[in-house]
Design a binder for this molecule. Structure first.
Ligand code: HEM
Length: 413
């Protein structure tokens, strides 16, 4: 088996045995939207086991499940392009953001924002701000009270939105506005049915954010700060590209931290031994965060389009195919993670692909680890006596591509 190699005819082979003729991609027509909504993990696990590379009609894509194939595909961006199918995102955000660019066009923009998002920057600058945001959100959660509190709405959302607002240089914008923009940009970016109401809401969000960013650009040019917006302006990027990347961060950096906050609390409730371990060793909060990102995989699938014929895990995929890299399956692949269906913090190797890998590896990974994993989640258990999930009220899950708890009632003494 090679991770990746080129055949004599110049066709890339990834995660494919050296011998053997590549097979045509089979069809997995047993995958239904209903089954995905009910238990997406069960569907992705079955695909990994039975049809690791398969055309899935309801998704109009070839889904690729093995971890070795997903990681190699992400690294071969010259064949697995991020550019295609971005028309709706470009319309929603006003220009093509870096997540939908390849090669040098992508890396030049990515390099501009990286300095603000590294672990060192978290320690030196952002952690203090994330602490304040979490403390303020905790006060609001306390005011809602232990009989009414919903962790997603009353804590995870304000924390995620406030942290995001700071990272993009808009700390004065109310968190509810950031959350609404995020929702409306996501809906616009995925508005394949061309729903007029969705476009109307997206246009409103774009007009409002453009006005707010116009003022911020002026301020940041006079007084630069450590936000990603300031860094992109300092690097001389055109304003429409800066705006598109800020709106991308607002749409992409909200739901996942929210889902990891609620997911962490949910898994601590489900796995009491893990909870006991974390409570007695604060060093384990980071491990809890990483295991939650792996186990939950809040972004279950990444979309790509092939630019050339390619062989993946022994299957022929033609040029121009729409593919989905199923991170949720890769993170439960026994060839990649030992005992993948167990939620454990004592893994020797904590690798996972919940943040992707390769050139588009999540830019906000360290910010999420600091803001959620080391600050917001531990604060709940430190500050609220006997903090726990309230099983007398219903919780709810949502989504099979972007997925997580949409409702998690919590209580304390
Ligand atoms: C636990 C929370 C998060 C998870 C699980 C997550 C996951 C991901 C994944 C899987 C990708 C790769 C997308 C692709 O290759 O197509 C990505 C990219 C990205 N994420 Fe995150 N993300 C999280 C938090 C954040 C936050 C807080 C920000 C805010 C700054 C952010 C900003 C971005 C950006 C800008 C990209 C595009 C990077 C590029 O194209 O070079 N993310 N994220």
């Amino acid at each position: 088996m090679t991770t990746s190699a080129m055949t004599q005819t110049g066709v890339l082979r990834i995660a494919t045995p050296d011998d053997g003729t590549p097979k045509p991609v089979p069809v997995a027509d047993w995958v239904t939207i209903e089954a995905l909504r009910k238990d997406s993990d069960a569907v992705y696990t079955r695909l990994l086991r039975e049809s690791p590379v398969a055309w899935v009609p309801v998704m109009k894509r070839i889904l690729i499940c093995p971890a070795a194939a997903c990681t190699a595909a992400e690294q071969h961006a010259e064949v697995f392009s991020s550019q295609a199918g971005a028309a709706h995102m470009v319309r929603a955000l006003g220009a093509r953001p870096l997540i939908r660019k390849d090669g040098a066009e992508h890396s030049v923009e990515r390099k501009n924002i990286n300095p603000s998002l590294r672990p060192k920057s978290m320690l030196e600058h952002w952690s203090e701000i994330f602490e304040r945001n979490a403390a303020l959100s905790l006060e609001e959660l306390r005011a809602i009270g232990p009989c009414e509190a919903d962790l997603n709405t009353h804590y995870a959302a304000p924390v995620a939105a406030r942290n995001l607002a700071a990272l993009v240089g808009l700390p004065h914008v109310p968190w509810q506005t950031i959350a609404r923009w995020s929702r409306d940009f996501i809906a616009g970016s995925g508005n394949v049915t061309e729903n007029a109401d969705v476009w109307a809401r997206c246009e409103t969000a774009k007009a409002e954010s453009t006005e707010v960013l116009g003022e911020a650009f002026g301020r940041l040019r006079r007084e630069p700060d450590r936000s990603i917006t300031s860094l992109m302006l300092e690097a001389g990027m055109p304003e429409e590209n800066v705006r598109a990347n800020v709106l991308l961060a607002i749409s992409g950096g909200m739901n996942e931290p929210q889902h990891v906050t609620t997911g962490s609390v949910y898994y601590l409730d489900q796995y009491p031994a893990v909870r006991t371990a974390v409570m007695s060793d604060p060093q384990l909060w980071t491990a809890l965060f990483e295991e939650t990102v792996r186990y939950l995989t809040p972004i279950a699938i990444l979309t790509r389009q092939t630019t050339a014929d390619v062989v993946v895990a022994g299957y022929d995929i033609p040029a121009g195919s729409q593919v989905g890299l199923v991170l949720a399956a890769a993170n439960k692949d026994p060839d990649f993670v030992e005992d993948p269906h167990e939620f454990r913090l004592d893994r020797k190797d904590r690798r996972h692909v919940g943040f992707g890998n390769g050139p588009h590896l999540c830019a906000g990974k360290w910010a999420a680890q600091a803001g959620i994993g080391r600050i917001a989640v531990p604060m709940l258990y430190r500050e609220l006596p006997h903090f726990r999930v309230d099983h007398s009220r219903p919780s709810a899950w949502d989504g099979f591509i972007f997925r997580g708890l949409s409702k998690l009632p919590v209580t304390w003494d």
